[in-house]
Structures are given as structure tokens and as C-alpha cells.
Design a protein around this ligand. Structure first.
Ligand code: AMP
Length: 440
């Protein structure tokens, strides 16, 4: 009987060693740039209580009504986190982070789970990085959060993006707008798509987000929320735009931009890329001034964004931007005979201590097979050692790229390799990202 073949869950993928290097590259960049903005990393559990996500995001949102992975254990109900804003707010309240003083400038990187229909740029387990700034109502915080988001893509060379900006106002502005929107849509209710009809009563703003063709003519001429903003919301929105202008960050105002979660207030934004096809949102975010209180904390204004990492990589591929270096090892020790093998194993720690990567054969292969393996591993140098070399105390250091060999003592080899490492480091920091055309 054939053995059962196991596989990943639909819409979830393994990130294999050849792929992982670009992930590490991006993660390192995020850590490094977040530090420059003085954002601190936060890590929260993969599971959260169902009630937190339902209350945080809203019962009627697509995520809560259709896409959460939920399960129970005893009387407790949990979900795999579909996003991190509500969990970060929970952590902020539970751990009294407000007592640290000032505004909390947090960032995160990690996997999220949504039971969506998988397609290019849409998975069931996907990864986001994001920022949450809690404790500031100042539009400077909105501008800084947006600036960080835009900065990461710019750093990577993903230049062809559009920042869409809107204000969805405070609850009063939104209520006035919802009323006007419903009045406008009502005469054509029967012509709206089924999904929009179900949203009409309870969540009419989401109709603006509809991709259904029959809804488009009504969306195009719908009233705009910016005409319904309260004085305070207007001032906030104007200041956000002014600060973005000051920072030289361009944006396109989109009065129909609404976001998928109910917790948003005031500023809403999305970064889109024409290189992504139908799933064109790279990142999105906004203000959520009422969420901390909703989750049981003191009134605390806040703003943040979340960015999809898989989609960032798709954009890189489209633009021929290659992140991270190719697989390679600095030193491969090629040995002939047992004594040489023993000697080789003992050299590895000293080489690694110098900051170099080093490996050797684990499979008892012939010298020829080891040289072949060193090539496959993309070794920069091999140290070749047999009985004669051991007796003479001089070993063959072979530069694999130049096909050049020298007979040297181990001390001489270590000095030479250290010098080479210093040169390589200085080059790497000047050119960390490459396009595949540079590599030919
Ligand atoms: P959201 O949390 O829905 O605002 O999403 C923020 C960003 O996460 C989006 O702009 C996408 O880049 C990414 N994203 C959201 N859902 C998925 C998914 N199912 N698969 C891949 N990326 C996603």
C-alpha cells in the first residue's frame, strides 16, 4: 500500500533554504531601519482569544465573519491571529505599557492567518511587518508611521508605488456620511451586488470597497466622506497632508478609500503597486483612536500600518530586485585520509572564530567528490589537506574563483582570510541589494 503523502495546508507554504535568505535580508533591514526611527519590537503569541479579534476588528468584517481559523480547548475559544493591531493593543493594555511614559512606538514582524481563497499574493498563512504608535493624537505620529512604511520600499528600490490617503473622520462624521451614503444608494438598492446589499444596513462604508462590476457605477458618483468631516477631523487631515508634504512624501487623495477593519478612525491609507496585479495592496493602515478603550484600556489615540511581506517579494521579482546574497560558504576543508579529517574538524572553530563560515565533508567522500561538493556549495576557498601536508605543516589554500593555489601554514591562511573578509565586508555594506543583471 502506498504510504500517505503529507502536505502543507492549502494556502500555506514552506519557506525553503534557498528562499529564506531574502526573508532574513528583509527582516534585518526592518530591524535596522526601525531602530533609526526609534521603534521597539514587540512579539505576541500566535493565538488570541476569539473575543478580542471579534471585538477589535468588528463582527461584520470579512476577516471575522469568514476568514478566521478558530478552535476551542475546554471552555476557551481561540483564533490564529489574522492581524496584529488588536493583539498589540491587548498587550499594551494587559502589560500597562502606558506606564513606561510617552508614546509607545512599536513594530512587529510575523505570520498571520486568514482562511481566504488562495491566489497569487494571497495566502492563508502570510507574513506582515508593521508599526503601532500608541498614545499620540498628533498628526506628526501619522506622518512618521507613513514615512517609515514608505521608507522601507524606497530602501529596497520599489519606487513605482502610490500612497492613497483619506480621512474617514471621527464617529460623528462617519455616522453623518453613512446616512448620506445610504440615502444615495437606496433608490438603486436592487441593482447592487448581493454582497453590497447585505452590507447596506450594517456596514455601508464597505460597499465603497466592492470589486463587483455592477457596484462600480454607483461607487463612482457616491458622495465623499471628506464633505462630512467635523471641524476637528478636517484639521487633523489637513495637518497630516502638510507634514507629508514637508517630508516630501507624495500621495493621492482617494475619498472612497475605506479599510477592512471597523476600528479605524480619521486617517486611512494604503500603499499600492501596479506590479502586483489584482492583489495590488502592499500595505495599509490608519488611526484607531477608540480601539484601546474598546479593549478595556484607558482612552489612548493610536496609529499604525501593516505590510504584506510576500507581496513585497512579488514586487521585487517583477522589478528584478534580488534581496540577500546567494548560497555560499567561505571555507571548505577538503581532506584525504582519517588523520587529515581529524585535523580538518579541529580547524573549523578557529576559522569560524575569525568571523568566516566554514564546513567540511560529512559523508566520507573521495577528494574529487569533495571538490565537486565545494563547488556546489559555492565555496570561496578550499583548504586541501592530506598526509604530506600534515607532515610538512603547510596546506593548500585554493581560491576557487581565481583557480589560484598557495602552500601556507595555518596561521598564514588565517591571516590571509581575515584580510579578505575585511575587504568583502566593506564592499557588501556599500552594495547590499543587487539586481540579477548586476550579477552576470
Ligand atoms: P490588512 O491587515 O488587511 O490591512 O493587510 C495589510 C497588508 O497585508 C496588505 O496590504 C497585504 O499586503 C497583506 N495581506 C493581507 N492579507 C493577505 C493575504 N491573505 N496574503 C498575503 N498578504 C496579505
Amino acid at each position: 500500500m502506498a504510504k500517505h503523502k503529507f502536505s502543507t495546508h492549502h494556502g500555506m507554504v514552506d519557506i525553503l533554504p534557498d528562499e529564506v535568505r531574502k526573508w532574513q535580508y528583509l527582516e534585518n533591514l526592518i530591524h535596522q531601519e526601525a531602530e533609526k526611527f526609534n521603534f521597539e519590537e514587540i512579539r505576541t503569541p500566535i493565538m488570541e482569544q476569539t473575543e478580542l479579534i471579534v471585538r477589535g476588528l468588528g463582527q461584520l468584517t470579512d476577516i471575522v465573519s469568514k476568514e478566521i481559523f478558530s478552535f476551542s480547548r475546554g471552555d476557551d475559544n481561540y483564533v490564529l491571529r489574522p492581524e496584529l493591531t488588536a493583539p498589540v493593543v491587548r498587550a499594551f493594555v494587559e502589560n500597562h505599557l502606558d506606564q513606561r511614559g510617552g508614546s509607545q512606538k512599536l513594530y512587529y514582524i510575523g505570520p498571520m492567518f486568514r482562511a481566504e481563497r488562495p491566489q497569487k499574493g494571497r495566502q492563508r498563512q502570510f507574513h506582515q511587518f508593521g508599526v503601532e504608535v500608541l498614545g499620540s493624537a498628533d498628526p506628526v505620529a501619522d506622518a512618521e508611521v507613513i514615512a517609515f512604511m514608505v521608507h522601507i520600499y524606497k530602501k529596497l528600490g520599489i519606487a513605482n508605488t502610490t500612497l492613497k490617503l483619506n480621512s474617514i473622520g471621527d464617529p460623528e462624521s462617519r455616522e453623518a456620511y453613512k446616512k448620506a451614503l445610504k440615502e444615495y444608494l437606496k433608490p438603486n438598492f436592487e441593482k447592487l451586488s448581493d454582497i453590497s446589499q447585505t452590507r447596506f444596513e450594517k456596514n455601508p462604508l464597505r460597499i465603497l470597497d466592492s470589486k463587483e462590476e455592477e457596484d462600480q457605477p454607483f461607487i463612482e458618483t457616491a458622495p465623499v466622506i471628506t464633505d462630512f468631516l467635523s471641524e476637528e477631523s478636517k484639521v487633523h487631515y489637513t495637518q497630516v497632508k502638510e507634514y507629508l508634504d514637508d517630508l516630501g512624501i507624495s500621495y493621492v487623495e482617494d475619498p472612497y478609500l475605506v479599510r477592512g477593519m471597523d476600528y479605524y478612525t480619521q486617517t486611512a491609507f494604503e500603499l499600492i503597486s501596479p506590479d502586483l496585479g489584482s492583489q495590488d495592496a502592499l500595505a495599509g493602515g490608519g488611526r484607531y483612536d477608540l480601539l484601546v478603550e474598546e479593549i478595556g484600556g484607558k482612552p489612548t489615540p493610536a496609529v499604525g500600518f501593516a505590510a504584506g511581506m510576500e507581496r513585497l517579494f512579488i514586487a521585487c521579482e517583477e522589478l528584478d530586485i534580488k534581496l540577500g546574497s546567494e548560497k555560499s560558504v567561505d571555507i571548505y576543508i577538503v581532506t584525504l585520509g582519517d588523520a587529515a579529517r581529524k585535523w580538518g574538524l579541529k580547524q573549523l572553530p578557529a576559522i569560524r572564530e575569525k568571523g568566516l563560515s566554514a564546513t567540511m565533508d560529512y559523508m566520507g567522500r573521495s577528494m574529487k567528490a569533495q571538490m565537486k561538493d565545494a563547488n556546489r556549495e559555492n565555496a570561496r576557498y578550499t583548504i586541501i589537506v592530506g598526509e604530506n601536508e600534515l607532515n610538512e605543516g603547510k596546506f593548500t589554500l585554493r581560491n576557487m574563483k581565481e583557480s589560484e593555489e598557495n602552500q601556507l601554514t595555518m596561521d598564514e591562511i588565517l591571516n590571509k582570510l581575515s584580510a579578505w573578509l575585511n575587504v568583502r565586508r566593506s564592499i557588501f555594506y556599500k552594495h547590499p541589494i543587487s539586481r540579477s543583471s548586476d550579477r552576470k
